[in-house]
Design a protein around this ligand. Sequence first.
Ligand SMILES: Cc1cc2nc3c(=O)[nH]c(=O)nc-3n(C[C@H](O)[C@H](O)[C@H](O)COP(=O)(O)OP(=O)(O)OC[C@H]3O[C@@H](n4cnc5c(N)ncnc54)[C@H](O)[C@@H]3O)c2cc1C
Length: 416
Amino acid sequence: MLNYDLIVCGAGPAGAMAAATAAQAGLKVALLEKQILPRHKTCGGGTPMVMQSLLYDLAPEAFVESDVVSLRQTWHFDDPYLAAINPLGVDRPLSIWMMQRSVFDNALAQRAVRAGAELRDGLAVRSVEVENDGVRVRAQVTKANGTLSKGDAFVATARTVIGADGANGVTAKAAKLRQTRAIALGMEVEFPHEWGTGHPDLQSDVAHLEYGAVKHGYAWVFPKADHLNIGAGLFRPARQDARSDRQIREALRQSIFDYLEMLQLPYDRAQMKFHAHPLPIWCGKERLNTADGRILLVGDAAGLINPLFGDGILHAAKSGIIAATCVTSGTTQAYSDRIHDEFANSFNAARRLAYFFYQYPKIFYQYGVKNPKAAHIATQLLAGDLPFNAILGRALRRIGTGMISSLSSVKPSVRL
Ligand SMILES: Cc1cc2nc3c(=O)[nH]c(=O)nc-3n(C[C@H](O)[C@H](O)[C@H](O)COP(=O)(O)OP(=O)(O)OC[C@H]3O[C@@H](n4cnc5c(N)ncnc54)[C@H](O)[C@@H]3O)c2cc1C
């Protein structure tokens, strides 16, 4: 039987970063991935440029398709507000990178291979069991690959397993972790686009955000090299799990059609290929490693989606590095604490802000979003340069003032 120091289940950003970090430190690492890479991944593919600090040995040219420096924001596709991410006078310019996840994730997996990890794609993990001599992982070949045929079994053991198998992964269930979850939903289409043609608002360095069209969420248009990623997400689900709610899917789909109409992009309804995927949003501190420290969860498998923006790529990558560092230093039982130190204060504040933002989006649009510094602050928050807890009080006060102003501007319906 195959034996490793570490088996990583899932080769998204969380798993690939964990595998690369552990292999670089000299561990024998297997990186198991259900699909054959490169593969499509349902995502907007936007991440703050600070990602480069985690990928110092991978040139951005390998995966960055456009560099966003402005946000064009709307309320019900009206009242547009174009904001520079770097207004005059900022000392550290920021931007948001746009990439295709198929390219990015494959580049990260190949980076892990260069560091010494053994990538086995086309292998779906079916069970993860802690035994006396380590953790046994059973997987099945999903697509014929090399000497393996579809359906063949793969069994291996390792001292430690990292569950990086995303929102629908099997590791969290097998480890009986993450019993209570809040599952939001995102949807996107990749719409072919030739830059320099079409609506003048479409620019390769501008991302579009629409706040009124989706109840408890927002819609977006992200520029890529040869297409637009047009999507929508519901980030504050009314029920614990938004996955099976058909009405939500229909509302997200409709807001994507509305964006296409607004940008005067001709489309054939029957040809549109929608991709939807769950978003396991942060819902407070919880244990992310088994008590014996043999199984750790990272990225979406650990519920590390920012409750306000719905982003998770950077957090997935960071948690992968933290998990691998705990494995190499023999401190896996302290892994949850390390994750809480990194994310809990900021994400708890983001959760509070999300509650108000998605409850009163119009007020937030008028008094928060349409502030000349807001795009810069939002990008700082996205990058983790500024924690949400540092702005929570100020943001809520501003919105409180906005609510009072909007109430006092409502004309009384009865004459006194
Ligand atoms: C519509 C949408 C738009 C989004 N847009 C953005 C965005 O613009 N920016 C951002 O930061 N975040 C965005 N996100 C969130 C982001 O996609 C995730 O947070 C991120 O992919 C998490 O990375 P991960 O490595 O934890 O998991 P994943 O990227 O989901 O990777 C998990 C991997 O595990 C594999 N896997 C699953 N099950 C098994 C198994 N049994 N055996 C082996 N392998 C398995 C999967 O095939 C996959 O490759 C978006 C999400 C959605 C749904």
